[in-house]
Design a protein around this ligand. Structure first.
Ligand code: C2E
Ligand code: MG
Ligand code: MG
Length: 610
């Protein structure tokens, strides 16, 4: 009874005709009038409720053919989250408190003894019922709406990622039980970013809305298209069991999305890349299947084609990478990824110049998985974007915590080439920095040399936008790939990291030391700082300094550790450095005196040459 102008329908259920008539009489004089009806048995009451709408039931505690209390759940309606069908006032000849509590607990709204019952008491109770009904209906509707919002994308009205995974899982289970095979689509719009950038986010939203509309237009009842986020969409086509059939749908999708859209008086047209996976053997979990389609989508995009197909005949990935790919998605959902930080120090003074953030993952089923294994797998799909965002968030959060406790230091985050191929990265970094009030100067992105050389024009423009924010760029694993000096000039590089391989082999012969020396010269020439990584032995510190490399990182300084351990480590490191410095300056004084005395040649010893 949401509308105040609507008449309130009251049903009096009592097996005693006299009592029934008494209540009827009392309420028949009410203003505004109630629509009154009666039932003498439980059966009559339930039949009435099934056919008519009733707002309030005045229910006798004992009906001839049932106990009033047993009827309560049936009257309220047992459906989970559905609004209550009616409110119940229980009337009884016995006014004992324990029964009243039981009745109220069962969901009865009010409990009134028959003696002492009058019109006023009944009316008050009915109005209380109506208020409760209104509140309850509103509350349940809100819950339903929120549940719906949790499953649907508000912009396009399409199912969201959660609902899509659920449907995919249902389809997979059905196929496993011998049901129809299905095709899976992963779709990513082309030029969406350009629309957003040139016409604004509102235009971008309108475009996404239109894409949702068009996808709905081409779906059959058994198909399900979803928006996974950003400009990423997915499709589930149940019963599609051949590549030809899947391709026919993909062509329809591409043609439909390519049709221009009129936004703010301007014709806008975008494209889409579709990755298709045909699923006949559903033994893999839903996320692994998505990876197949995702890989195909990425290949289509890379090769400039509308769609590409990943089928069982394709280069089927090994089981473990596929498992890792699937579990990594879950790991991100469940916040299983965390970071360790490894210090970089000035090899001359021992001063800590910053930290490198390294991703760590302990999977509940696979155990600890090394980033050297999971990063390349993440790089094969769009998972790398999520992972990069997570690592950046965690790093910036750690910087914020350290700054709060007085530690002002910088952190370098490793970023893969594919994560750079995302115009959203710059704005993401800008907003994450701002949200935590962290200055851009304390953030460095480490990009491997190979990634830089193979980078797309878009990736390089993303990098330029990021350096414009004040974030530094470091070239990681330098010397391991094909060197291209062009990027050193083209991009605003602040640091070069000599690949650990050369550092490890330094003691082995002159070839590696001449490589390090020439990289050091190059760094000096370009005015960028040089870091040697993978220093496993303290004996190498002096050699590296001699070769012109003044910053070092490696197990001989510290292993990567949790962010919370850093302040304590730094204190003990600095005190070690101080003690050593004092010790060696003492040694130097004694040695100098000795030298003066013996007039020997001056071959002084420095603090860090030991
Ligand atoms: P990297 O960026 O070159 O990081 C240095 C790696 O060398 C780290 O391995 C570190 O633990 C290890 N290391 C440090 N000191 C020594 C040493 O003295 N000796 C030896 N043998 N190794 C040392 P980790 O943590 O296993 O990471 C491996 C690679 O995975 C990283 O190489 C980086 O390329 C990648 N990676 C790690 N975290 C991320 C991330 O968040 N995003 C991306 N895109 N890549 C990451
Ligand atoms: Mg690195
Ligand atoms: Mg490296």
């Amino acid at each position: 009874m949401a509308d105040a102008t609507e008449v309130v329908r009251v049903l009096i259920a009592d097996d005693d005709a006299v009592d029934r008539a008494a209540v009827h009489r009392m309420l028949s004089r009410s203003e505004p009038a109630f629509a009154l009806s009666e039932a003498a048995t439980a059966q009559a009451l339930l039949e009435r409720l099934a056919s008519d709408t009733v707002d309030v039931v005045i229910l006798d505690r004992h009906l001839g053919d049932a106990e009033g209390l047993d009827l309560v759940p049936l009257l309220l309606g047992a459906e989970r989250n559905a609004p209550p069908r009616c409110a119940i006032i229980m009337v009884t000849g016995l006014g004992d408190e324990r029964s009243a509590v039981r009745a109220l607990r069962a969901g009865v709204h009010d409990y009134l003894p028959k003696d002492g019952l009058n019109r006023e008491v009944l009316e008050q109770s009915i109005h209380g019922c109506l208020r409760w009904l209104d509140n309850e209906r509103e509350r349940r509707e809100t819950t339903q709406r929120l549940t719906r919002l949790g499953m649907y994308d508000t912009l396009t009205g399409l199912p969201n990622r959660n609902l899509f995974y659920d449907r995919l899982e249902q389809a997979r289970l059905a196929t496993a039980r011998g049901g129809a095979p299905f095709a899976l689509f992963m779709m990513d719009l082309d030029f969406f970013k350009e629309v957003n950038d040139t016409l604004g986010h509102e235009a971008g939203d309108r475009l996404l809305h239109e894409v949702g509309h068009r996808l709905r237009g081409i779906t059959r009842q058994t198909d399900s298209f979803a928006r996974l986020g950003g400009d990423e969409f997915a499709g589930l086509l149940v019963g599609v069991d051949s590549i030809e059939a899947a391709v026919a749908v993909a062509e329809k999708v591409c043609a439909s999305i390519r049709e221009p859209v009129l936004i703010d008086g301007q014709m806008v047209s975008v494209g889409v890349s579709v990755g298709i996976a045909l699923v006949r053997d559903p033994n893999l979990d839903a996320r692994a299947l998505m990876c197949w389609a995702d890989q195909a989508m990425y290949r289509a995009k890379r090769e400039g084609r509308d769609y590409d197909v990943f089928s069982e005949h394709d280069e089927l990935p090994e089981a473990r990478p596929l498992l890792i790919a699937a579990q990594l998605q879950q790991a991100l959902d469940r916040n299983e990824i965390f970071l360790h930080f490894q210090p970089k120090i000035d090899l001359g003074t021992g001063e800590v110049v910053g930290f490198e953030a390294l991703a760590r993952w302990i999977s509940p089923t696979l155990g600890e998985v090394s980033p050297a294994e999971f990063i390349p797998i993440a790089e094969r799909s769009t998972t790398i974007r999520r992972l990069t965002h997570r690592v950046l968030e965690l790093s910036l959060e750690q910087i914020r915590c350290w700054r709060e406790s007085g530690l002002d230091t910088s952190v370098a985050v490793n970023v893969s080439a594919r994560a750079l191929d995302d115009d959203g990265l710059g704005p993401f970094i800008a907003s994450e920095l701002e949200a935590r009030d962290v200055p851009a100067r304390v953030l460095t992105l480490e990009i491997t040399e190979t990634a830089l050389v193979a980078s797309t024009a878009r990736a390089r423009s993303v990098l330029r936008a990021i350096t414009d924010l004040g974030v530094s760029i470091s070239i990681d694993d330098f010397g391991a790939g094909y060197t291209s000096f062009r990027y050193l000039r083209e991009l605003d590089i602040s640091e070069i990291k000599v690949d650990g391989l050369f550092v490890t082999h330094l003691e082995g012969g002159p070839r590696d030391s001449s490589i390090v020396r020439s990289i050091a010269e190059l760094a000096r020439g370009f005015g960028v700082r040089l870091v040697a990584e993978g220093i496993e032995s303290a004996d190498l510190w002096a050699t590296l300094r001699g070769l012109g490399c003044h910053i070092g990182q490696g197990f001989s300084i510290a292993r990567p550790m949790a962010g919370a351990e850093i302040p304590l480590w730094e204190r003990s490191w600095l005190s070690r450095v101080r003690t050593q410095r004092e010790f060696y300056s003492g040694v130097r004084r004694v040695a100098a005196a000795e030298l003066r005395r013996s007039r020997a040649s001056n071959d002084g010893v420095s603090a860090y040459d030991q």
